[in-house]
Design a protein around this ligand. Structure first.
Ligand SMILES: Cc1cc2nc3c(=O)[nH]c(=O)nc-3n(C[C@H](O)[C@H](O)[C@H](O)COP(=O)(O)OP(=O)(O)OC[C@H]3O[C@@H](n4cnc5c(N)ncnc54)[C@H](O)[C@@H]3O)c2cc1C
Ligand SMILES: NC(=O)c1ccc[n+]([C@@H]2O[C@H](COP(=O)([O-])OP(=O)(O)OC[C@H]3O[C@@H](n4cnc5c(N)ncnc54)[C@H](O)[C@@H]3O)[C@@H](O)[C@H]2O)c1
Length: 470
């Protein structure tokens, strides 16, 4: 891209990248009557509706249906000659994405936000040159500017890995045939969600995780339970695996050379998926020319109000190092919006709930045992297996999972809640609200929940909290 010497078009509010926080800020400002533009290279609405949360959940849902088909006899349903049409799975997802993109375009129009399709980079403070998708370029300057460029899949510098042209989540969600044998690098959120889905479509799946267990930041009992149910479905799990090099091409034949427990081995698969973390989209976008500094890990450097080191420039979402979830990016929007309106709202101390959409789901709010121990926080522990919840046997023959709560030792405050089970993502909201309100755990223990629901399990869980030492 050539730096142009034309004078910039002036905007009140300019957003680079149409991620979650950026787009909501733009729409809000445009509705106030400010001249606003969003620069987006490809994905109208950002990653979530196009290539990340929602498409992955769409495909995961198809995989869940497939799983019910394979297990039909268990429910007294016989369906012979059942097979997977992966291109139809993909088309269902594409149809949803098309609808979401149209919904975004409608909001751009109704809010009066200009959408500029092209790749942007800073050429001066608050000034962005855009290489337009339709050809040509534009120079835009904002009185206020927001960087909302997100992150991308990390492809580590392992010899042969890049040359193997591995799938990332983007290509994996576009497959039109079931990979005969999918090797997955990374036993984190993306690796586990995709591994289980592909296994359910019929792939052989092997997960390679360098740490000693899957989801190594979670408590060991969480990792063990997840390894258990994935293993039962036939997903092969290789933890403690150091990848030395990769040979071949994903899509035909790929070989991964691994050392594990001092032994060298070669794993062969048809496809390779990298799910080994994220890299912020902060390089090559001229941040130095805008006076915007980055951290050692490459995130835009921000304070607790998401202000960058340049005046009137904010950074939000993944690129600013906020926890990589869409709901957190949405909260980043509220923080910038409220500070611009003269209120004080900060990132410090906010709740970061999450749910991993394996089946069953893993959801957590607040402290895990591992975190509590690391921070020297004393807690009382309550833990019950999902079998305690009477809704389970009616719906699920295999009763995996548990509920776990950490309660303060000196008060009845809930410090953390982990749910590993069906509908865990919905269940944590109940406990989260109690935590937000500062409600003691005894309120949930003594509540009357509808029978038979999963939420009813909160009664036996909180009834299992040990009494406070007097
Ligand atoms: C497979 C997958 C599944 C996920 N599932 C979930 C989930 O279930 N729940 C959840 O909460 N989170 C999930 N996440 C995480 C979530 O998607 C991200 O945290 C969230 O989308 C980040 O939003 P963002 O606004 O920071 O960036 P993004 O939504 O990535 O937006 C950044 C935008 O900027 C554009 N851009 C970048 N550089 C430029 C440039 N130079 N010029 C113009 N445009 C540019 C990009 O094209 C992109 O559209 C998932 C992520 C992945 C990858
Ligand atoms: N349901 C959700 O909310 C959801 C779903 C998908 C993604 N996400 C977000 O996207 C982020 C990125 O997901 P992700 O799964 O790519 O990252 P992650 O950080 O969750 O997991 C990456 C895993 O890869 C492993 N790894 C890294 N390098 C490796 C190597 N060379 N060999 C073997 N293993 C290696 C790490 O030890 C880690 O376990 C998540 O942290 C999450 O914030 C959220």
């Amino acid at each position: 891209m050539q730096t142009s010497d034309k004078s910039p078009e002036e905007y009140d509010f300019l957003v680079l990248g149409s991620g979650e926080a950026g787009k909501y800020l733009a729409w809000t400002m445009a509705r106030k009557g400010l001249r606003t533009a969003v620069i987006e290279r490809k994905y109208v609405g950002g990653s979530c509706p196009n290539i990340a949360c929602l498409p992955s959940k769409n495909v995961i849902h198809s995989a869940k249906v497939a799983n019910y088909f394979w297990r039909g006899r268990e429910f007294g349903i016989h369906k012979e000659h059942c097979w997977i049409d992966m291109s139809a799975v993909r088309d269902r997802k594409r149809k949803m994405v098309d609808g979401l993109v149209q919904m975004h375009l409608d909001i751009y129009q109704s809010s009066g936000t200009e959408l500029v399709i092209g790749t942007g980079r800073f050429v001066a403070p608050r000034t962005i040159e855009v290489d337009l998708a339709e050809g040509g370029s534009r120079l835009l300057r904002g009185e206020k500017v927001v960087i909302s460029t997100g992150s991308r899949a990390t492809v580590e510098a392992i010899p042969g890995l890049r040359e193997a042209e591995p799938l990332t989540h983007i290509e994996a969600l576009e497959l039109d045939r079931v990979p005969p044998h999918l090797l997955v690098i990374g036993g984190g959120y993306i690796g586990l969600e995709m591994a289980q889905a592909m296994r359910r479509f019929g792939s052989e799946v092997t997960i390679l995780e360098r740490n000693a267990r899957l989801l190594h930041r979670e408590d060991p009992d969480v990792s063990a339970e997840i390894e258990g149910f994935l293993g039962e479905e036939g997903v092969r799990i290789m933890t403690g695996a150091r990848i030395n090099r990769v040979e071949g091409k994903s899509g035909t034949c790929v070989k991964v050379h691994v050392t594990r427990e001092g032994k060298d081995m070669v794993l062969e698969g048809s496809h390779l998926l990298v799910a080994s973390g994220r890299t912020p989209n902060t390089s090559g976008i001229g941040l130095d020319r805008a006076g915007v500094k980055i951290t050692e890990r490459g995130f835009v450097k921000v304070n607790d109000r998401l202000e960058t080191t340049a005046a009137s420039v904010w950074a939000v979402g993944d690129c600013a190092g906020s926890p990589h979830f869409t709901h957190i990016a949405y909260d980043d929007f509220r923080i910038v919006r409220d500070n611009l309106a003269g209120r004080r709202r900060v990132t410090n101390g906010r709740q970061v709930p999450f749910c991993m959409f394996t089946d069953p789901e893993l959801a957590r709010i607040g402290l895990s045992e591992t975190e509590a121990k690391k921070r020297g926080i004393a807690y009382r522990l309550a833990k019950i297996p999902m079998t305690t919840i009477l809704r389970y046997p009616a719906r699920f023959p295999r009763r995996v999972g548990f509920l776990k709560a950490l309660i303060d030792t000196n008060s009845d405050r809930i410090l953390g809640f982990t749910a590993l089970g069906v509908e865990a993502g919905e269940l944590i909201a109940v406990v989260q609200v109690a935590m937000l309100a500062g409600t003691p755990y005894t309120t949930l223990r003594d509540a009357i929940f509808t029978h038979p629901t999963i939420a009813e399990g909160l009664v036996p869980l909180f009834s299992a909290v040990p009494s406070r030492a007097s």
